[in-house]
Write a protein that binds this ligand. Structure first.
Ligand code: ACO
Ligand code: OAA
Length: 375
């Protein structure tokens, strides 16, 4: 039987290729996008600058950024056939399924005909994905057909504007900006690897992104921010939270929003979003959810040395901005599409089809039994 040590399952610890986009957990570096520290980006950059950095290869100068923002604003409208499809999707569908269908349908209407169009296709996806989710959400939940072409300068502000029919407050636009920066890129995570595997067959950009959305949907990956919210909203006090978490650990249940495949001691995105979550909690006068979240974090570290990952304090932050829980992971898509597309560019630039081997663990030889004689 083949040797298959647990430590190597899930391809853990194995390099599956190279990238110039991002370092995750590299000693002394925490998280960097093209060499820029995530803390500095979250503090100083606009998400649109980070998108430009990832997709075009360098930070934009003032004129380039202004042009890029104007360009993205001009790409927010949705074709009528896409709106018709979105209107057919039921209100109780999962919004990540809506994102998946939306990206795929856009690929039918605006097919990438050649790789020379990859920059345009990526910009279009980045601009259109918030419109897709909000168009569907408002149609199915509020019965209105919204105009998706807002004049907001930022992707985050545009998303909140569409959701609420009113421009976002400065604080909310700021937090959305930080959140989108934190979620933009993360090396060979599961959804990005999905995109790269798809790209390696020389498939089109919409297929790569559609597949990546499907991978991000799961609760072990992007879906953890929604799962964390569903968990913490049940608890009315830190004491109750502690009791329940101890019970879950006793039953060997997974606590969503904790742990990481690469980081060992902390996720550098956590401290950043946690600080904004606290600020928002103060803004709405919360005295339950934030203290509950803090206690869960403390108990998880005390009991298991497991730390909050990027998703855990995002739950409270989005909740305090009154964003419906089921839209949490779609926001992740609106950001990570930048990383996915940038990885597809890289894969295409130096491509070889991704096709690992498997250790066979089935029977050595199986004797054919005619149909009538089988038990
Ligand atoms: C943006 C993102 O995608 S971040 C990740 C979001 N996902 C989550 O928050 C889901 C919860 N977390 C997890 O399921 C895992 O920590 C993952 C999927 C993120 C990483 O998985 P792995 O790399 O397999 O974790 P790792 O090898 O560090 O696990 C070590 C041990 O800790 C346990 N563990 C890890 N995370 C958790 C958790 N959140 N709750 C309880 N136990 C956990 C594992 O079960 C394992 O225990 P075992 O040795 O007894 O089997
Ligand atoms: O890197 C990972 O495995 C998951 C993650 O944190 C991300 O994709 O942001």
């Amino acid at each position: 039987m083949a040797d298959n040590p647990v430590s190597s399952t899930g391809l853990r610890g194995q390099s599956a290729g190279s990238t110039a986009l991002c370092t995750v957990g590299k000693s002394g570096a925490g998280l960097t996008y093209r060499g820029y520290d995530i803390k500095e980006l979250a503090d100083k950059a606009r998400f649109e600058e980070v998108a430009y950095l990832l997709l075009k290869g360098k930070l934009p100068n003032r004129a380039e950024l202004d042009d890029y923002v104007t360009r993205l604003k001009g790409l927010r409208g949705l074709p009528p056939a896409l709106k018709t499809v979105l209107e057919q999707i039921p209100a109780d569908a999962h919004p990540m399924d809506v994102m998946r269908t939306g990206a795929s349908m856009l690929g039918n209407l605006e097919t990438e005909q050649s790789f020379e169009e990859q920059q345009d296709v990526s910009d279009r996806l980045l601009a259109a994905l918030p419109s897709i989710i909000c168009y569907w959400y408002r149609y199915t939940h509020d019965g209105v057909r919204i105009d998706t072409e807002t004049d907001d300068d930022s992707v985050g502000g545009h998303f909140l504007h569409l959701l609420r029919d009113a421009p976002a407050s400065e604080l909310h636009a700021r937090v959305m900006n930080v959140s989108l920066i934190l979620y933009a890129e993360h090396e060979f995570n599961a959804s990005t690897f999905t995109a790269r595997v798809c790209a390696s067959t020389l498939s089109d950009m919409h297929s790569c992104v559609t597949g990546a959305i499907g991978s991000l949907r799961g609760p072990l990956h992007g879906g953890a921010n929604e799962a964390a919210m569903a968990m913490i909203e049940n608890w009315q006090s830190p004491e109750e939270a502690e009791r329940e978490i101890l019970g879950m650990l006793e039953r060997k249940e997974k606590i969503m929003g904790f742990g990481h495949a690469i980081y060992r001691e902390s996720d550098p995105r956590n401290a950043i979003i946690k600080q904004w979550s606290k600020r928002l909690a103060e803004d709405v006068g919360d005295s339950v959810l934030y203290p509950v979240s803090e206690r869960v974090e403390a108990v998880m570290w005390r009991e298991k040395k497991l730390f909050s990952n990027a998703d855990f304090f995002h739950a409270g932050a989005y909740h305090f901005m009154d964003i419906p829980t089921k839209l949490f992971t779609p926001i992740f898509v609106c950001s990570r599409v930048t990383g996915w597309c940038a990885h597809v560019f890289e894969q295409r630039e130096n491509n070889r089809i991704i096709r690992p081997s498997a250790d066979y663990v089935g029977p050595e030889h199986s004797e054919w039994v005619p149909l009538e004689q089988r038990a």
